[in-house]
Design a protein around this ligand. Sequence first.
Ligand SMILES: Cc1cc2nc3c(=O)[nH]c(=O)nc-3n(C[C@H](O)[C@H](O)[C@H](O)COP(=O)(O)OP(=O)(O)OC[C@H]3O[C@@H](n4cnc5c(N)ncnc54)[C@H](O)[C@@H]3O)c2cc1C
Length: 352
Amino acid sequence: MAATADVAIVGFGIAGATLAHSLIEQRARVVVFDSPDRPAVSRSAGSIASVAGLRFGVIEQWQQWWNAALSVYTEFGVIEPIACYRLVYRADEQNFWERKRHALIAEGHARPAHLPQQLTEAIELPLETIEIVRAAKVHAASLLDRLAAQLDRDGRYVRRTLSACDVEPVGQGYRVAGVECKHVVFSEGAWMADSRWFGWIPRMFARGQRIMGVLDRTLTEQPVWLSVAGKSLVVVGDRFTFGSTYDWHSLEPIVTDEATAYLSEQLARILRCGYRVTDAWTGVRPIVADLRPVVGEHPHNRGMWIFNGLGSRGLLLAPRLAQLLARRIAGEPVSLGRWDVARFAELLHAKP
Ligand SMILES: Cc1cc2nc3c(=O)[nH]c(=O)nc-3n(C[C@H](O)[C@H](O)[C@H](O)COP(=O)(O)OP(=O)(O)OC[C@H]3O[C@@H](n4cnc5c(N)ncnc54)[C@H](O)[C@@H]3O)c2cc1C
């Protein structure tokens, strides 16, 4: 294992991985610690789109988020375009579409569409079908595996769950599990709740569950993403995944029969063909109280940073935030804007 580094990163989900990648591009020496017992929720996240939510929201400065994501995921060969259709069944959603349609079509985000024939036979007829033009499938687990292998070859990837006593201030920097470094970044996802250093940041994490299974027929050879009332159904061949739930009360990443039954019932409203649920998967979204990512330097401890709060859009947000944070760590006067952890600084005094 490396004895020294410029930056130690604690947590190797999409936040830690994109940050490691940006820092390496800057020629910084990084060492990464990742827990073998805490599965990264990023491993099962799979899609990005420029339009999201019931209200057809387009994220501010979407082109910058999109370009940064495309650049990193293309470099690793982990992104592919996916046909994405919004199926509108409800009047309120149709109203939102009517209000936004002119702008969304003019800006090239969406267009009225028809479902491919083999899908119409198996899907309940919606009020409207809208194609979301900028949508992609991301194989985040492949990115994590490839970057981890690269770091591992140089003794810079350590499978270990760090505890508070593994991080001690020394001189101008930190000793992190024996590695001397100038900076330490915490990107622990939902395990931020246990953090000695950043546990004071207000959270509203949400557990999410997806189900997977088999259809009684082959619907499409290419993957298709159907977005229905805030849920997504991805079909390829005779396989599907469907989700996700939002459970704001339980933070344990445990599959529940209740969530499986709920999703199965929702799916039955969309599908006109038979299906069988074979598996389920769950994880906790790291969401901060104001629903914005949280990045930046600890208000009191110089050289100690956080990269978290990616919520339900981590794959889209992480690459650009990682670039900004890497530049900031390198000492550039880059603004972290509305995502800066400084917005919560006064809470640190309330909860020492
Ligand atoms: C069901 C579901 C579906 C989703 N689908 C999508 C999607 O399609 N598109 C999208 O963009 N987003 C999606 N999301 C959201 C996305 O998963 C998150 O925004 C993103 O993965 C968060 O990444 P992260 O790196 O912050 O956390 P994580 O991926 O959870 O990574 C945290 C890492 O930190 C490590 N760690 C924690 N504590 C320690 C410690 N003390 N020492 C060492 N290591 C530690 C863990 O082992 C883990 O590897 C989905 C979320 C859920 C729950």
